[in-house]
Design a protein around this ligand. Sequence first.
Ligand SMILES: Cc1cc2nc3c(=O)[nH]c(=O)nc-3n(C[C@H](O)[C@H](O)[C@H](O)COP(=O)(O)OP(=O)(O)OC[C@H]3O[C@@H](n4cnc5c(N)ncnc54)[C@H](O)[C@@H]3O)c2cc1C
Length: 483
Amino acid sequence: MRVLIVGAGSAGLTCAWRLAREPSTEVVLIDAGVDPGPDVPSFLLRDMVLPPPFYWDYAEFDRGYFLPRGKLFGGTSAVNATAAVRGHPWCYDAWGSPSWRWERCLPSFRAIEADMQFGAEPYHGHAGPVPITRCELGGFDHALGDAYVRRGLARIADHNAPGHLGFGPFPTNRIGDDRASTLRTLLPELRGRPNVTLRPQTEAVRVVMAHGEARGVLVRTAQGDEQLLEADRVVLSGGTFGSPEMLFASGIGPADGLRTAGLPVHVDAPEVGANLVDHPYVQMGIEVSDPAKPAAPPGKGALLTFELDGPGHLQAHAFAYRTRAVDPSADPCSAAVTCALLTPESRGRLELGTGRARVRLNHLSSDVDARRMAEIVARVADVVADLASEGALRLPADPWWHADDLPAACRREVVTYHHPVGTCRMGSDTASVVDEALRVRGVERLMVADASVMPSLPRGQTNLGAMMIGHRAAEFLLEAPPP
Ligand SMILES: Cc1cc2nc3c(=O)[nH]c(=O)nc-3n(C[C@H](O)[C@H](O)[C@H](O)COP(=O)(O)OP(=O)(O)OC[C@H]3O[C@@H](n4cnc5c(N)ncnc54)[C@H](O)[C@@H]3O)c2cc1C
């Protein structure tokens, strides 16, 4: 079986890594971005902000801000903050498919990771390629933690223990200071394998179909040539923005929108690009008083997870990070205390436009979400105020979170927590874009495997979830190879 995977990011590289272990499977893995080679320069593994060629040029359409998505082998796992929080069993059970219940996803989560502290637990792996560890907390994290505990919140050691809530170190996929991205961990295992072809700087233009089947992908090389790459199976792993864009370009999407954009209509699939959901996120800018007790860089400090009143595990994240990690010109004491709503109701969409698709995140468009975000901010702001009165931090002159109308202030401040999913929704219903085995409805031999298929967000970050999906896609392919 020859499998062509488009996109060497979190999911695509994991799918390739699993398939490559079966010698009878031939894997061709392409990406529009570069392969930095076996000796990855350290800035690529460590810096939080990389030079522009390593990103796609997506922006939030209504608000105009840049939406980073990695454009290199490793994809967004190679530009992210390495928080390795999977969410809870009920997040996956809520996807509504017996094939994706927690107990069916857990073996793939375990296969991917080597948890350095909790690998012996039944809900963790100990022998996978991605090391998960927890860092020493920074001085400011200790102050925050003490304040949370005084308010009755628990200290926890492992955010990935099912059901755990409270304050504790971020699980993080790191090797020392390096991101343990798929670029760093899985790609080296693919190099030199006789059944693997790696094709960097090869951009998929569209899926080529005949008689309702995917036969391959038309690609554009770095030299600008167009080539047809044929395969028995095509797996799109271009991410939450890239995969629906590839489906649009291949004539799979809402018929009216495709016609208006001058594209052919092969499959009228109204949900391609719909159901976009992301964690809304706000930041409270503060200054840590003691330079010897700074906030930690993103993903290295501590995380608070707590529940709001209401049905169905409504949850929030809060953590602090050192601003200098993302803005080298910032004062060393400058920090942000951040809050995210993990269970948003608001939905956005990815729309066909001229050129790049329009990404409309629609954060906090639902009044319920705006009220919940305000409740989260108010609770964290109380702790920030306590620490300010104790002298542990300094507030800005007119903090936005002191606004009388806090939901409205949250709507002004909200940005992305960088976890968009849902634009190629998986489901058992015929309206879903892919079925429970990730096959695109209406086209044989074509799958989508990446964060875009998540029907809803886990209450955690999305990198490990995307990797789990890539791993499961490979297993589906191996269970049902072509005749
Ligand atoms: C700044 C930032 C911080 C984050 N921090 C965290 C974190 O701390 N923890 C966490 O769990 N998650 C984090 N995330 C989110 C997480 O990294 C992503 O959810 C995850 O990497 C998505 O994986 P994916 O496989 O769906 O897509 P990606 O990893 O984005 O992979 C898509 C790949 O497809 C390629 N591609 C796209 N279109 C084409 C095309 N037409 N032709 C060829 N190749 C194509 C891209 O170049 C890319 O390599 C963060 C994201 C960002 C942006």
